[in-house]
Design a protein around this ligand. Structure first.
Ligand SMILES: Nc1ncnc2c1ncn2[C@@H]1O[C@H](COP(=O)(O)OP(=O)(O)OP(=O)(O)O)[C@@H](O)[C@H]1O
Ligand SMILES: [Mg+2]
Length: 275
């Protein structure tokens, strides 16, 4: 029994070690002598959904841009699968990014938007159309292949942007507030779809948001940021139960409790009115 236990423990620890996809260490960044990222370190496991949660201006987008290589850190390292990638160009890092405004090509059809980057890549040049068709089908966009972006709803445009990124088969998908531009109903739908997409594609995802509920609904773990600092990184449950400091308590726990209380009040009032 003892022997069995120790073997399974060893396997578990080896599994943990081998599953680290991204390792970010001591990232610092200044703009105009103002430090916008202050010694950020964290790890992301393969297949994990990490949310970065923080107020406007706290450095979320800057961190994402540094991860994909659109911005250079002043210091620190970024390792993917154990290899340093911080000196590589964005297209050599095996990451895909989805921006808030989708950044689709307005004059191209849905199919061409997704196939475009595949056609430029040597490995996928010949099969670009098939890969694009397959990805669009998986994402529920087969009916809209020949439409231009302006003929699509916000949620549909977002799906195309997601398909375009996933078709390139990135190791890590970065999403910068991907659903905040949508109206409330579409945001709810996309939130559920994002979760389904992640389960279907088994992608490692890093998702930026300033909405506590969104982070709690989607993420395996949440990094709470404030003014360029990482305040806490843990599961939603642990953050809620054990906020690391007063900022996390106010920004996350108190906020969710207030939301919950107002929901209870609202449903209580509705019950009284309808009974
Ligand atoms: N290229 C730049 N030059 C100078 N300052 C910049 C630049 N990019 C970002 N900043 C500053 O760095 C800080 C962090 O910006 P960042 O865009 O990372 O914030 P954010 O958390 O993504 O905010 P939001 O939620 O509003 O998108 C801000 O004070 C911003 O003004
Ligand atoms: Mg931002």
């Amino acid at each position: 029994m003892e022997v069995l236990k120790s073997v399974s423990e060893q396997t578990a620890s080896e599994y943990e070690m081998s599953e680290i996809k991204l390792e970010v260490s001591h990232i610092r960044k200044q703009f105009d002598r103002e430090e916008v990222l202050k010694d950020i370190s964290f790890q992301v496991k393969k297949g994990e959904f990490l949310a970065i949660l923080g107020l406007s201006g706290c450095g979320k987008t800057t961190l994402l841009r540094i991860l994909i290589g659109l911005e250079h850190p002043d210091s620190g390292s970024i390792k993917k699968d154990g290899k340093e990638i911080s000196k590589l160009a964005p297209n050599e890092r095996g990451m895909g990014i989805i921006f808030q405004n989708y950044a689709l090509f307005p004059n191209m059809t849905v199919l061409d938007n997704v196939a475009y980057a595949l056609k430029l890549k040597k490995e996928t040049k010949a099969s670009a159309k098939e890969i694009a068709l397959h990805t669009l089908e998986q994402i529920g966009m087969s009916e809209h292949l020949n439409k231009k972006p302006r003929q699509l709803s916000g949620g549909q445009q977002q799906r195309v942007a997601i398909a375009r990124t996933l078709a390139m088969n990135p190791d890590i998908v970065l999403l910068d507030e991907p659903i905040s531009a949508l109206d409330v109903t579409n945001r709810e739908i996309m939130k559920q779809e994002l979760k389904a997409i992640q389960e279907k594609f088994h992608s490692t995802m890093i998702f930026i948001t300033h909405e506590q509920e969104e982070a709690f609904y989607l993420a395996d773990r949440i990094m709470v940021m404030s003014e360029g600092r990482m305040e806490q990184l843990d599961t939603p449950e642990n953050i809620f139960k054990n906020p690391a400091n007063a900022f996390v308590r106010d920004f996350v726990v108190a906020h969710l409790e207030q939301k919950y209380e107002s929901l209870l009040k609202c449903t209580g009032r509705m019950k009284n009115e309808f009974n």
